[in-house]
Design a protein around this ligand. Structure first.
Ligand code: AMP
Length: 580
């Protein structure tokens, strides 16, 4: 594998994907055949009477569509140490924990070598297309804000950690990243330091030490990049001091991080002065990233879906540098690559890799009345049968023992790359805000927040983070929006923001219910600075990795602790008068 990686050949990778995507239908059949052949002895498949058949028709006739909940009894047996062939032919020995921010608690998902291999395939594919448009030079370094989370053993002795950590810990990860000219400039001790804020501090410090060599700034999700540079604004002078003196700040207490950093940090007053001068020359930190890293070519990470609210701030830090959204996947498995990296994240699509899983698509129209799902009416279509312009929920069959698994994501088909669809990520399928006939998704919430936040611009303030809650404890129930703002806004402006939020949910179900008071007035609750950091810390405590973190955008009954953190930190609240 190593030799193969060192021989990484951009043209060959592109050629291969062009061929696979042209032949997507055959490749899908072949992928399903391989999955079902490898796992023919899996109890799950035998229970449904598949009996070793590997064609799509028999597979669809025998095996039902499933959710994570349906698989939990099988997954718990594996976690408890049952090493029979439950979901896969080869026993599962490692589990991933999904971020769990949508549901409120992390989910266990099987992990194996095939999933690592498909991760590397997707990295190689998107790198090839990216590097064709935005070439980076050999031996370049990446300032990559990644964090390994703790590994632990389940009752049955399986290793469990987040999917990203399973990737970072694999022995082939580093050589692959090196071959893809994306080697992280921080030592492993920083990535696996175990203390998020200390690791973040040292990632920044390493970036500054290697500032001339850094060619890209990245992270799994864009949220983490924004958080890093918001932190930089607070601690930049301390970082400069460390570089000037060659002595690491006493805030770093993890011995392994201190030892690793002491090998890199040497007194360098000249570098400290350059950075200091550049920082004080900036206006409101605009263009910070290219100023700090003069050879950076682009910023890279997942920037679509729940990451879109961070784009404005990211662009502010990025100045002239392009933002390139990364790939599309989940702890359950990868789906698609960004093969058109020049397209801005708001318009980005992802081309499905037909060789990494077997994909089906439930037309969203069929799910409008979810009850029909319990019957036989749902008819997913195959990868090459989707229609441009239509929205679908993704169903995936993977090499890790997930069969016809509803991932819970809604995508829209925007076109085709050869014969494989190009998907736009739309949203998680679970409805966010719903009291009666209203239906507001994560995207609707984002748009309402953006519209209302315009009122803060004059005061030079911004919404740092937000979430929502449906309060049904009173009658009628109402929407509650929580905001963390980076300063003090006047009462008048905040009341206006509250009214504007209420008016910005424009779906007919909401506005008509508001007019007749079937939904109560919207409430805007402003929380103390640092509240969303506490929520992040809460998730880190549950085992979520910062690298995979997504702020929960709707806090429901399964998020009791998050709701408690929010409620305890409310400093001001406003009730809309928009429909009075
Ligand atoms: P996790 O549960 O931590 O494995 O996160 C997986 C989820 O993150 C997916 O199901 C999507 O909802 C979201 N996600 C992953 N990649 C993207 C992407 N490129 N654009 C938008 N959302 C994404």
């Amino acid at each position: 594998m190593l030799e193969k990686l060192e021989e990484f050949n951009m043209d060959k990778v592109i050629e291969e994907f062009e061929a696979l995507s042209t032949d997507a239908e055959r490749v899908q059949r072949e992928t399903l055949r391989r999955i079902l052949e490898d796992n023919a002895s899996a109890e799950y498949l035998l229970n449904f009477g598949l009996n070793g058949r590997t064609d799509p028709e028999s597979f669809k006739a025998c095996v039902p569509i499933a959710t994570h909940k349906d698989l939990e009894p099988f997954i718990y047996r594996i976690l408890d140490g049952d090493d029979s062939t439950i979901l896969t032919g080869k026993p599962i020995t490692t589990m991933s924990l999904s971020s769990g921010t949508t549901q409120g608690k992390p989910k266990y998902i099987p992990w194996n070598d095939e999933l690592f291999e498909s991760t590397m395939q997707i990295y190689r594919t998107s790198f090839a297309y990216r590097n064709r448009e935005f070439p980076i030079s050999k031996n370049g370094k990446a300032l990559n804000f990644i964090y390994g989370s703790k590994q632990f053993k389940t009752k049955g002795g399986l290793i469990a950690t987040t999917a990203t950590t399973n990737v970072f810990r694999n022995p082939s990860y580093k050589p692959t990243m090196k071959a893809l000219q994306s080697q992280c400039c921080s030592p492993e001790e920083v990535i696996f330091g175990g203390d998020f804020s200390q690791s973040l501090y040292c990632h920044l410090l390493c970036g500054l030490i290697f500032r001339e060599e850094v060619q890209l700034v990245s992270s799994t999700f864009a949220h983490s990049i924004v958080l890093s540079f918001r932190t930089f604004e607070q601690i930049w002078e301390e970082l400069c001091n460390d570089i000037r003196e060659g002595v690491l700040s006493s805030r770093i207490t993890v011995p392994s991080i201190r030892t690793a950093m002491s090998k890199l940090l040497k007194p360098n007053p000249e570098l400290a002065n350059v950075i200091h001068k550049k920082c004080i020359g900036l206006s409101n930190w605009y263009g910070l990233i290219p100023v700090l890293f003069p050879n950076a070519k682009y910023i890279y990470g997942i920037m679509t879906g729940s990451m879109e609210p961070y784009l404005e701030k990211l662009r502010h830090y990025a100045g002239v540098l392009p933002l390139l959204t990364a790939d599309y996947g989940a702890s359950e498995g990868w789906i698609a690559s960004n093969v058109n990296p020049k397209i801005p994240p708001e318009l980005a699509t992802y081309a499905v890799l037909p060789q990494i899983g077997y994909f089906e698509f439930i037309p969203l129209k069929q799910l409008e009345n979810e009850d029909t799902f319990l019957g036989v009416d749902v008819q997913p279509v195959g990868l090459t049968e989707v229609n441009i312009g239509e929205e679908y929920e993704i169903v995936m069959t993977t090499f890790t023992g997930l069969y016809r698994y509803r991932l819970g994501d809604v995508v829209k088909v925007m076109g085709f790359h050869n014969a494989t669809p190009e998907l736009k990520f739309i949203r998680r399928s679970s409805l966010l805000l719903n009291i009666n006939i209203d239906k507001n998704t994560e995207k609707d919430l984002q748009l309402a927040v953006e519209a209302a936040a315009k009122n803060l611009v004059e005061e030079k303030l911004e919404v740092v983070e937000f979430t929502s809650h449906v309060d049904l404890s009173k009658d009628p129930g109402n929407y509650v929006i929580f905001w963390e703002i980076n300063g003090e806004a006047s009462e008048e402006v905040l009341s206006e923001c509250c009214n504007c939020l209420d008016k910005s949910f424009i779906d007919a179900g909401y506005t008509s219910s508001r007019k007749v008071n079937a939904i109560g007035a919207l409430e805007l609750r402003v929380v103390r600075r640092g509240t969303f950091q506490k929520i992040l810390d809460h998730y880190l405590g549950l085992g979520t990795a910062v690298s995979q973190y997504k702020t929960p955008r709707c806090v429901g009954p399964t998020h009791n602790i998050v709701l408690q953190i929010l409620s305890e930190n409310v400093v001001k609240s406003y009730i809309s008068t928009a429909f009075d």
